[in-house]
Unconditional design. Structure first.
Ligand code: 13P
Length: 244
């Protein structure tokens, strides 16, 4: 959804430079790659991991496409996240929000088959979250998550993080979620900072000042989520994540 705003080939070297300067390991990850072409472009750009999202296809077709991408990515040392079941909604989208559709949730038995047959490295699961804002309260299916975690031994990923209560995040992480995708709230925080600055200084004409406001809003939001996820200082001590 961000291809309307950024040129991946132009942006990748900038992000790589920032990653090299960071005092912690950084994964350069493509989110929701929808085609083989996009995945290959990301590999050429030096991404260290990709998500291939074949979730709209029936199981067999999702397996076939994902396996092809896993074979290609693994041959050059790039890890692959895939999605089974469907996390609906629109990332960063409208204020109206979405209700999760239980018929599209991940089936634990299918998850086991999918992971076995594709050789994927991480699995995004549909357990009640949606991309973008929620219509009403999110209601996560923790029993389903526990059952998927029991049957699958790779890291599980939760998309649609915005709007999920802190306690639900903590429980989901205890049950096996290893990566959370969190975007819309960072966008809202950036826009709110810009609105506030323009309210205080309606005559402002320095566009880069607004970019700095956006950056502060995003940084504050990310910092808060790192605390909620229990990830503070995760790389202060040697651990498998940091040695890879
Ligand atoms: P939110 O925008 O709902 O936080 O979800 C982000 C996401 O899942 C990106 O893949």
């Amino acid at each position: 959804v961000h291809f309307d705003y950024v040129d991946m080939e132009a942006m990748a070297p900038v992000v790589q430079r920032a990653a090299q300067l960071a005092p912690i390991p950084v994964a350069l990850h493509l989110d929701h790659g929808l085609s083989l072409q996009t995945i290959v472009r990301a590999i050429r750009c030096g991404f260290t991991s990709v998500m291939y999202d074949g979730s709209e296809y029936p199981l067999e077709e999702n397996i076939r496409r994902t396996k092809q991408i896993v074979d290609i990515c693994h041959s050059v040392g790039v890890t692959v996240e895939a999605e089974l079941g469907q996390v609906t909604g629109g990332e960063g989208g409208s204020k109206e929000g979405t209700v999760a559709e239980p018929s599209l949730f991940t089936d634990p038995q299918e998850a086991a088959v999918f992971v076995e047959e594709t050789g994927v490295d991480a699995l995004a699961v549909a357990i009640g979250t949606v991309h973008g804002l929620y219509k009403g309260e999110p209601k996560l299916d923790f029993d389903r998550l526990a059952e998927i975690a029991r049957r699958v031994d790779i890291p599980l990923v939760l998309h649609g993080g915005t709007g999920v209560p802190d306690e639900d995040f903590k429980r989901a992480i205890q049950l096996g979620i290893c990566k959370v995708n969190f975007y819309t709230q960072t966008s809202i925080a950036a826009v709110n900072r810009i609105k506030e600055r323009l309210r205080k200084e309606p005559d402002l004409i320095k566009f880069p000042e607004l970019l700095l406001e956006a950056k502060i809003g995003i940084k504050e939001t990310v910092k808060r989520q790192i605390q909620v996820f229990g990830s503070v200082g995760m790389c202060d001590h040697p651990n498998p994540l940091c040695s890879s």
